[in-house]
Design a protein around this ligand. Structure first.
Ligand code: HEM
Length: 414
């Protein structure tokens, strides 16, 4: 086991600026590292993190969400197991795949992308984070629930407070208090909406949850509120960072951007490689229910484990030249990248594999295509600084780009 003083600090400013040297050091020298401030064991090798997520012997539970997420969301899918988890997951899974996704959700995604792009398509410049990515997924999921647009700003503020609570590795009391305040405000907003929806059912996801039965019992208002709280948060924070990450990666590699622009069938590959190279979620925790052997030692029963997705996805034992962004790499399969057979770890694996992965894929694909159509010659603008922020979830702070507006280019000269 590695002594605490040798473990690079994942809470330092240096790590926040660039976590990858620390990830490398951990993978190479301390694959199982005790981290005193978070009271957890860090694991960083691909093989260990993948095994922790798959957890074939059910030795690593998601009980950590009882303290990490329940105080803001209430009890959710994330911390459930066995039959309870499977039945709850089955309630929402159909809305995020197959016909439901194609016929009901895709038009919502297309409309939301178009509306946001319309606001800047004639201007010739935009911050892809502030003006697009940070709004797009939350409007999509809010529309899926059939929520009124007037509550949008509040919903965005609440889900950001929830994410900050879940990512509060340093135990900042102000952040914890803000998360709990947001929980109370969200409940005060959402519970009357749920009660009223029960009386006026529609063809939306909230109505589906209102009428759903689990083992013959319908869900309480509190249960439904917790579900909404989780879906709004999990669906927005991540997809936002995925879209921004994809554009940051392509802008840094103009040759690959040109290939994607020319052959839109490559958008999936660009998204899959973005998930590997710059995952929106960098760490996920687990709780050991028994002693679990890992590279470098054994995680003792009762301990918390922090699975470093950002480190595992750059493990040279799994990916050739892992610090290279390459949409054509042949050690990442794009066709399975959005299913539980994925070979990157950005959506986790196993029973809690992201239930919204195909929704995220549809959102990223549609947004990328519409953005590329609107910005035929997209390029970094003055002040372009794609530096990433965030330790738990991570993505570019801003992406200032400029382009020649398409409509202007079509006006005949003279
Ligand atoms: C690129 C975008 C996304 C990424 C990187 C991502 C990442 C993840 C990860 C890492 C987990 C596993 C959590 C764990 O095992 O502890 C997860 C689970 C989950 N995600 Fe996503 N997610 C994305 C998009 C979405 C979307 C669009 C939704 C739906 C609106 C969603 C809803 C969920 C839910 C409900 C779970 C819990 C599943 C369960 O416990 O069975 N996610 N996601």
């Amino acid at each position: 086991m590695t002594a605490a003083q040798h473990v690079p600090d994942i809470l330092s400013q240096e790590f926040a600026e660039n976590p990858y040297p620390t990830y490398r050091a951990l993978r190479e020298d301390a694959p199982l590292a005790w981290h005193e401030p978070t009271q957890s064991y860090l694991i960083s090798r691909y093989e260990d993190v993948a095994r922790a997520f798959k957890d074939k012997e059910s030795r690593l539970t998601t009980d950590n969400y009882a303290w990490q997420a329940e105080p803001v969301h209430g009890k959710t899918l994330l911390q459930m197991s066995g039959r309870e988890h499977a039945t709850r997951r089955a309630l929402v899974a159909p809305a995020f795949r197959g016909n439901e996704l194609r016929e009901k959700v895709v038009p919502v995604i297309e409309r939301n992308a178009r509306e946001l792009i319309d606001a800047f398509r004639h201007s010739g410049s935009v911050d892809l984070v502030g003006d697009f990515a940070s709004h797009f997924p939350i409007t999509v999921i809010s529309d899926m629930f059939g929520l009124d647009r007037s509550g949008q700003e509040h919903i965005s503020a609440w889900y950001r407070a929830f994410v900050a609570f879940i990512a509060n590795l340093s135990g900042d009391p102000e952040c914890a208090a803000a998360g709990e305040r947001a929980r109370a405000e969200f409940a005060a907003y959402m519970l009357p909406v749920i009660r009223s929806r029960r009386d006026h059912l529609g063809d939306d996801l909230l109505s589906a949850l209102c009428t759903a039965e689990v083992d013959g019992v319908s869900m309480s208002d509190e249960d439904i509120k917790a579900f909404c709280s989780l879906l709004l948060t999990a669906g927005a924070e991540t997809t936002d960072k995925a879209i921004a990450g994809l554009f940051a990666n392509l802008l840094a590699h103009p040759g690959q951007l040109a290939f994607v622009r020319q052959d839109r069938g490559l958008v999936d590959r660009a998204f899959a490689e973005t998930l590997r190279y710059s995952p929106p979620v960098h760490m996920i925790m687990r709780q050991a229910a028994a002693d679990v052997p890992m590279s470098g030692g054994t995680i003792p029963a009762g301990a918390t484990v922090t699975c470093l997705i950002g480190a595992a996805n750059r493990d040279p034992a799994r990916y050739e030249d892992p610090d290279r962004f390459d949409i054509f790499r042949n050690d990442l399969t794009a066709t399975t990248a959005f299913s539980a057979a994925a070979d990157h770890l950005a959506f986790a694996l196993g029973r809690h594999f992201c239930v919204g992965a195909l929704l995220a894929k549809a959102e990223v694909e549609i947004a990328t295509n519409q953005l590329l159509d609107a910005m035929a010659d997209i390029r970094p603008a003055d002040g372009y600084d794609p530096a990433e922020q965030g330790v738990f979830t991570r993505g570019p702070k801003s992406l200032l780009v400029e382009f020649t507006p398409v409509a202007d280019r079509q006006v005949p000269a003279g």
